[in-house]
Design a protein around this ligand. Structure first.
Ligand code: SAH
Ligand code: SF4
Ligand code: F3S
Length: 439
């Protein structure tokens, strides 16, 4: 009797990686493999990895090390994603029990790589040299999220910010045709999803290879697919953020009231060193467009503190920008030197303790901004989409159009299912969540 082909897959990193894993799982299942929940039960152990910051990368190697004993039990290991692309064949030296190393730009070759693995090959690579124009599209996507359907519309990155690994790990920027995106949106609606999230490292850098639709036009047509009630998109890059995106949100109700627009720094000098290719003024002009919309569009961002050359004065400019924009959410990071990146040759002279302190100051200030932003929702009645139920607290877990977490109680005997919509009155607010009652 042939042994059953089973695999375990663990995913690190961003939403693009999470969605890649849904496509990888579907591809493996199509090839006759079955997903299991524990490493011990799998014949193939896969890690879909992230290398955006040093800590993310270390986590992967620790995990490989923790489970290497399983190799003796006859299990095979594969490393996928950004660490795979970044480290390439060096992974075989560092972890000789690994048989497969593949970056995301090679996943469309997975069936072939799996066949070689089964034939007993031990050093299989799928590595990209920033040449491929192809995207990874499959009809077999094994959607794991119960309430949100992801669609990658653009892969890779051509921006080459000085600190960032993504242009090296994800290949060159390439978009799918808007026809194929729209077909996938219809398939997602047919599956019963009402929320779609369009994904791209810079989602708004989208360029339709067919030349049919701009990014804003694509947003509008996806949001008009019958059955779709919410469309989100992430991450937007300030350089490609055009006014018609705001106009689309104003015009099309199913587009959510939220834009994630990473700024990274409030200092013109630091932005220049980072090669972001915009100034704080340019960025703030776009924020002005978003704030002038008829709908209340929530704005969130990413910030890096302690980039080489960031003086205390530069950091104060970031704090000033925070005060000016009044974000609804900030992902703050300490600068982490990364392999292959141009910033590696800049002198990273800011001690870790100083970076940590700047980050703490930033997050403390942001918490107060959010406390007052979130407090403005007190008494408001809003539509939320249910994501789950927290039995310990007896609360339904949900999200507003603005992407704010809303935890609410309901007088119904059974909690509403993930993906359903409720009207909720907000009765209390916190800096990171709203509390309410179903009405
Ligand atoms: N394409 C998006 C960001 C993708 S990476 C954009 O350009 O806005 C997600 C976030 O990770 C970045 O916005 C940045 O804040 C952070 N990041 C990327 N490289 C980093 C590094 N070397 N050190 C610290 N943070 C980093
Ligand atoms: Fe990285 Fe910059 Fe590309 Fe964003 S735009 S993924 S930060 S290189
Ligand atoms: Fe990480 Fe790669 Fe995403 S580095 S953040 S998994 S693009």
């Amino acid at each position: 009797m042939a042994t059953e082909k089973t695999f375990y897959l663990e995913t690190f990193g961003c939403q693009m990686n999470a969605h890649d894993s849904e496509k990888v799982i579907g591809t493996l299942e199509q090839q006759g493999h079955r997903q299991v929940d524990a490493e011990e039960d799998a014949s193939l152990i896969l890690y879909n990895t992230c290398s955006i910051r040093d800590k993310a990368e270390q986590k992967v190697f620790h995990r490989l090390n923790d489970y290497k004993a399983l190799h003796k039990a006859g299990k095979r290991f594969g490393v996928l994603g950004c660490v795979a692309q970044q480290e390439g064949e060096k992974i075989f030296e560092r972890a000789p029990y690994v048989s497969l190393v593949s970056g995301s730009a090679s996943y469309r070759k997975l069936p072939e790589m799996l066949a070689r693995l089964e034939a007993g090959e031990t050093r299989i690579t799928g590595l990209d040299d920033r040449q491929t124009d192809e995207t990874f599209e499959t009809e077999f996507t094994a959607r794991q999220n119960p309430y949100r359907g992801y669609i990658t519309i653009i892969e890779g990155c051509d921006k080459f910010c000085a600190y960032c690994v993504v242009p090296y790990t994800r290949g060159k920027e390439r978009s799918r045709t808007s026809t194929s995106v729209l077909e996938e949106a219809r398939r997602i609606a047919d599956l019963g999803y009402s929320e779609i999230q369009l994904l791209g490292q810079n989602v708004n850098s989208y360029r339709d290879p067919e030349g049919k639709r701009s990014f804003a036009e694509l947003l509008a047509v996806v949001a008009e697919v019958p059955g779709i009630r919410r469309v989100r998109f992430t991450t937007s890059h300030p350089r490609d953020f055009t006014r018609d995106i705001v106009e689309a949100i104003d015009a099309v109700p199913a587009l959510c009231d939220h834009v994630h627009l990473p700024v990274q720094s409030g200092s013109a000098k630091v932005l220049k060193l980072m090669a972001r290719e915009y100034t704080p003024e340019w960025y703030l002009e776009r924020i002005g467009w978003i704030k002038a919309a008829r709908r209340p569009i929530s704005i969130t961002t990413d910030i890096i503190v302690g980039f080489p050359g960031e003086t205390p004065e530069d950091f104060i400019q970031t704090m000033d920008l925070l005060a000016e924009v009044q974000y609804d959410g900030v992902f703050g990071f300490k600068y982490s030197p990364r392999p292959n990146t141009p910033a590696l040759v800049m002198i990273d002279s800011i001690p870790d303790a100083e970076k940590a302190q700047r980050l703490q100051v930033l997050l403390d200030r942001q918490r107060e901004i959010q406390r007052s932003n979130y407090a403005k929702h007190l008494g408001e009645v809003m539509e939320v989409m249910v994501e789950g139920f927290n039995p310990a607290r007896g609360q339904v877990v949900s999200r507003s159009s603005q992407n704010k977490p809303v935890n609410f109680t309901s007088s119904q005997p059974i909690a509403p299912a993930p993906g359903s919509y409720c009207r909720v009155k907000i009765t209390a607010t916190h800096p990171n969540s709203l509390v309410g009652e179903a009405i």
